[in-house]
Design a protein around this ligand. Sequence first.
Ligand code: NAP
Ligand code: G4F
Length: 350
Amino acid sequence: MKRALITGVTGQDGAYLASSLLNKGYEVYGTYRRISTPNFWRLEYLNVFNKINLIPADLGDTGSLFETLKISELDEIYHLAAQSFVEASFETPVATGDVTGLSVTRILEAIRQLCPDARFYFAATSEMYGKSGKTNRPLREEDFFHPMSPYAAAKLYGYWITKIYRDGYGIFAVNGILFNHESPIRGLEFVTRKVANEVAKISLELSEELRLGNLNAKRDWGYAPEYVESMWRMLQQKEPDDYVIATSEAHSVRELVQKAFDVAELDWQEYVKVDKRFLRPLDVPSLRGDYSKAKRKLGWSPKTKFNGLVEIMVKEEINRWKRWIDGERFPWDAPNYPSENRILTRASRM
Ligand code: NAP
Ligand code: G4F
């Protein structure tokens, strides 16, 4: 049985990837960090909470990362954990540099010293292209990076250190350059889920308005469960390489809002207000990716495009809020720590 470790298993992609790897017959390990309110709702939502092994580790804590790699005899390591919210990276640029950037070296060093044969996936991002996104054609692997946020600069560091460990030490290390991907388990602060959630509440008269920042920004939005499949495919290749994963369609935040209100049969202009609190010091104007290399080499293509994605998200939020009105509570209303045998603490490993 193959063994895989996912850092950031409590996040959107970590949860979907855990589910996907379990379906492929993997033994799955996932790191989580101690926070004041347990955060396993996505794992519960996907019904994988009791099927994976959880290891306490923090990206800022080198020792915990080394300990994690020591115990597991891993075949594949998916490094997904990060401070992943671009807006927050302007508020906490140093912490983002450490957690999102430098942590990649911490993990690669641990791999080099402890398990150099393990295959490594780094969650790079389309944000690294930044200003280069203003070109009219979709962006490819060889295009120029011009980051526009502390988050993107940190990811670009991670991208390069991944290449350096691949070329310098022969580690099977890949960069997945994923464009935005969303789902009903996306964090509420990201624009797609924020919009879907508020539209659902407005349609059920639980809210009256939706406050947003830059409506002109364009993004290439895909469906997260499809994107995690590409991560696995990258690690099954003969040679390590870097891949763009995208839909090749770009839509503005304004179009997103319009489509989401359409799904609920409401007129967006009656509810949406621009609020400068949600504007960023810099914002990438447009991002659109060319996934032809992934299609050719990995056999990967997106199935869900913009309209389908927005429909999935808005309908799921309406369904959730209707259940909430009927008295049902969501998993995140009842936070829980997993049963002891699924948490691999240091003491339990000795
Ligand atoms: P996410 O939902 O924000 O999940 C991030 C994960 O990182 C969570 O499990 C979080 O733990 C963990 N984490 C944050 N700080 C940590 C720390 N100091 N120590 C240990 N763990 C920490 O992000 P996502 O959307 O799943 O994205 C996965 C990865 O892909 C991220 O690296 C992101 O930057 C990258 N990416 C995402 C997209 C996208 O559109 N989704 C596109 C390109 C690249 P908590 O649950 O405790 O907060
Ligand atoms: O949903 P967003 O916060 O995602 P953003 O900044 O594109 O970053 C996401 O995708 C990256 C891949 O390109 C990932 F690497 C990263 O981890 C993250 O997953 O914002 C999308 C756009 C931005 O232009 C933002 O300015 O929506 C605009 N926007 C307008 N009003 C808003 C809002 N974004 C948020 N979060 N909240 C608003 O009220």
